[in-house]
Design a protein around this ligand. Sequence first.
Ligand SMILES: C[S@@+](CC[C@H](N)C(=O)[O-])C[C@H]1O[C@@H](n2cnc3c(N)ncnc32)[C@H](O)[C@@H]1O
Length: 354
Amino acid sequence: MRKAKTAHQMGFNIERLPKELQGQFRALYDINGNGSPEYYLAPNDIYCGDARDLLQLVEPNSIALSVWSPPYFVGKEYEAHLTFDDWQKLLATVIQSHFPIIKPGGFLVINIADILVFKDPAMPRIQAEVMHRKRSSVTKEDVLGAMAEHPEYNRNQLAALLGCSEQTVDRRLNGNNIRGGKYEAQTRVKVVGGLVEQWALDAGFYTYDRRIWVKDAAWENSRWHSLSYRAVDEFEYLYFFWKPGITKYDRTRLLPNEWEAWGSRGVWRFPSVRANNDHEAKFPVALPLRVIRLLTDVDDTVLDCFMGSGTTAVAAIREGRKYIGIELEKKYASLARHNIAAEKNQLCLLTLKS
Ligand SMILES: C[S@@+](CC[C@H](N)C(=O)[O-])C[C@H]1O[C@@H](n2cnc3c(N)ncnc32)[C@H](O)[C@@H]1O
């Protein structure tokens, strides 16, 4: 940990701004108020703990970019203990805690997806009439006709008379298949963009941009695609939030062909991580790498407070940026340190060869 810098030491001369802007900017830049810790987390390290606690120890106005992918509330091992309410509070608090630590003019970029199987006990049951699975030509009218003719017949006898199964008789009389079983809560899509945006606006950020990452189509995860009209899971969002302040625009951060291929494009396409053998939900290094290249300069500090396997730190190192990583689970913090060491070794080897 290291001692806090004052706003003046950070090189902001607020007195040079027009008088009418000075008050507004002083509030943004000069935020070392009472209650700030005397020491802050040093860059280029991974800290194991809860993001809600450790973000309080990040130096105010020191982070050029924070880019992360939180728990998505989709039942992964590391989020299984959270209720939907807990999950919302976690994200709202984490976003709120970012405002003081992002540099004025800097960015918070959140990679997240809608919740595609969101349990909603209030939702009426979906009646799925699965046409391609209808094997018997017996109709409801046939069953009712047979019942009128033989009121004394039970289901079994009706089925024998009509030449179908007892289950078919039951289905024709009582309606069709009920998706997910008769007693399970129904599931619907929960769109999360509006929630995330509101938490960011409440914290003081402004929505700056939104992009889509087209990933591998997760056919095996989509429990419904053969039984409904819903699309398979194949894209995620990147929401860019801006903290008011001076933002540097530098077109030389990317090559002209990179601007054309992805810098100015709203849809990014690159494959998902296929071997999730050491962490359940890694994003590909291309994701933080692009955001880092677009929004930061060499030596800027990049934060990821849901660091997982260390992907953001690896991208930061590759691009000559500093990083701060926060991760709750010890096993993932160790994995991140391991992946960071491997990246540094790789860079050393490349430097030696060149
Ligand atoms: C979607 S994963 C991030 C994966 C990461 N982007 C990568 O490529 O490896 C979310 C991570 O947040 C961690 N996590 C969950 N709750 C946390 C909390 N309260 N504070 C810090 N980390 C947390 C989980 O252990 C998990 O590793």
